[in-house]
Ligand binder design. Structure first.
Ligand code: KG4
Ligand code: ZN
Length: 332
C-alpha cells in the first residue's frame, strides 16, 4: 500500500511516498530555515506563502524519487494539526486536491502521532511502550498501549524544550533554529561551569517546565555581560544542555519505573536529533529497547506522516469523519 504524505505544519514543506508504513520510497523536505534565520524565528504568513511556492514541485519530486506515478498511490495523508494554521492549510488543500484528482481517500494525521511513528520507520514498535516527544512546540511523555492507543502521562507546564533552545540561542547571539547550534557548541563547552536549576524534578509526576531554566540562563548571561566577565558561549550551551538532558532523563526513567511492563522507549520530535540527548539515552536507558529516529526523521518530515497514516488505515480510522476533519479549521 503506497501513501503520498504531506507535512506543512511549520516551516518545512515535505512530501513523501511511504509503502506499508515502514518503507520510505521518497521523502522530499524543502526547508525555509534560510528565510527565517533573517527573522530569528518563523513568521507564519511568510511560511504559508512559501509552502504555496514549492508544494507542487515537492509533489512531483516525491513521485519521481519514488519511481511512481499518481496512479500508484492508494491513499493520501496530511498533517491536520497541531501547527500554524496558514501553513497547515496549504498542505491540507494540496492533499485534498491531489486526492480528488486520483479519487482516493485522505487521512488527516496528528503531527505528534507522526513524530511518534518516525522511529518505527526502520524498527517495529512494541507495546506497551513509553514515548518521549520533544519538539519545538511540545514536550510530552505518553504511554502507548497499542498502535494509536496513546495516553498522555506528562507534559510541559510552559515552554517546550525546543522552544527553550531557540530562545536561549537567540539571547546568546545565535541564529534560528538555535537547537542544533547550541547542541554543537555544547559539545565544545564545560557543562559544569554554570549551576542551573533542574525544574520540577522533585515533583512526583511526569510533567516538565523549561521556562524557568530558560530565564535562568538568560539572566545569568546578562549578568555576566553587565559585570564585564569573560563570556564563553560554549560553556553556557553545555551547562544549559546538561540541565535539559538531566530533566528529560530523570522524568523518562521515572515513567519507565512506574510502568515496568514497558518494552520500548520511543523518542521523537526535532530535539531527538540532539547528539547530547541521544548519547545520554543510549548510555543510561537500560532494560528496554531504545527507538530513536534517524536524523532525517527527527525534525518535521512527511515520511513520518505517511508511516503513521498506515496505522490509521489498519485501525479503521479512514472514514468520512477523518476526511472531513481535514477540511475543518476547528481541528487544526
Ligand atoms: O519537530 P520539529 O521539527 O518541529 C516541531 O514540531 O516543533 O522541532 C523543531 C525544534 C526546534 O526548536 C529546533 O531548535 C529543535 O527542534 N532542534 C534541536 C536540534 N535539532 C532541532 N534541538 C536541540 N538539538 C538539536 N540537535
Ligand atoms: Zn514537528
Amino acid at each position: 500500500m503506497k501513501i503520498l504524505a504531506f507535512e506543512s505544519s511549520c516551516d518545512e514543506t515535505s512530501v513523501a511516498v511511504v509503502e506499508d508504513g515502514q518503507k520510505v520510497l521518497s521523502n522530499v523536505v524543502k526547508s525555509q530555515i534560510d528565510i527565517f534565520k533573517l527573522y530569528g524565528g518563523v513568521v507564519p504568513e511568510i511560511a504559508a506563502r512559501n509552502h504555496v511556492l514549492v508544494i507542487t514541485s515537492a509533489i512531483e519530486k516525491a513521485l519521481s524519487d519514488a519511481n511512481c506515478t499518481k496512479d500508484d498511490i492508494d491513499y493520501v495523508a496530511v498533517t491536520q494539526g497541531p501547527g500554524l494554521i496558514g501553513p497547515l492549510l496549504i498542505g491540507i488543500d494540496a492533499a485534498l486536491a491531489f486526492a480528488y484528482s486520483i479519487n482516493k481517500p485522505v487521512i488527516g494525521v496528528n503531527h505528534l502521532v507522526g513524530h511518534a511513528y518516525a522511529a518505527q520507520i526502520e524498527h517495529e514498535m512494541k507495546f506497551p511502550s513509553i514515548i518521549l516527544l520533544v519538539s519545538g512546540g511540545h514536550t510530552e511523555l505518553l504511554l502507548a498501549k497499542g498502535h494509536l492507543q496513546f495516553e498522555l502521562i506528562g507534559q510541559t507546564y510552559d515552554d517546550a524544550v525546543g522552544e527553550a533552545y531557540d530562545k536561549v540561542a537567540r539571547v546568546l547571539g545565535q541564529k534560528y533554529p538555535g537547537g542544533p547550534i547550541l547542541d554543537k557548541l555544547a559539545s565544545q563547552g564545560d557543562s559544569n561551569r554554570y549551576q542551573l536549576p533542574r525544574p520540577v524534578l522533585d515533583k512526583d509526576n511526569f510533567n516538565f517546565s523549561f521556562s524557568g531554566l530558560k530565564s535562568a540562563v538568560i539572566n545569568l548571561y546578562n549578568k555576566e555581560v553587565k559585570n564585564g566577565n569573560e563570556i564563553v558561549i560554549e560553556d553556557f550551551a553545555a551547562s544549559f544542555q546538561k540541565a535539559v538532558i538531566d530533566v528529560l532523563l530523570t522524568k523518562t526513567k521515572l515513567a519507565l519505573e512506574k510502568y515496568p511492563d514497558v518494552k520500548q522507549l520511543i523518542v521523537g520530535g526535532g530535539v531527538s536529533a540532539n547528539k547530547g540527548l541521544r548519547k545520554a539515552l543510549e548510555e543510561e536507558i537500560k532494560g528496554v529497547e531504545l527507538l530513536i529516529p534517524k536524523f532525517s526523521y527527527c525534525t518535521d518530515n512527511a515520511a513520518m506522516i505517511g508511516a503513521a497514516a498506515y496505522y490509521y488505515i489498519k485501525n479503521g480510522l479512514v472514514n468520512k469523519d477523518y476526511i472531513l476533519k481535514a477540511y475543518s479549521i476547528n481541528n487544526l
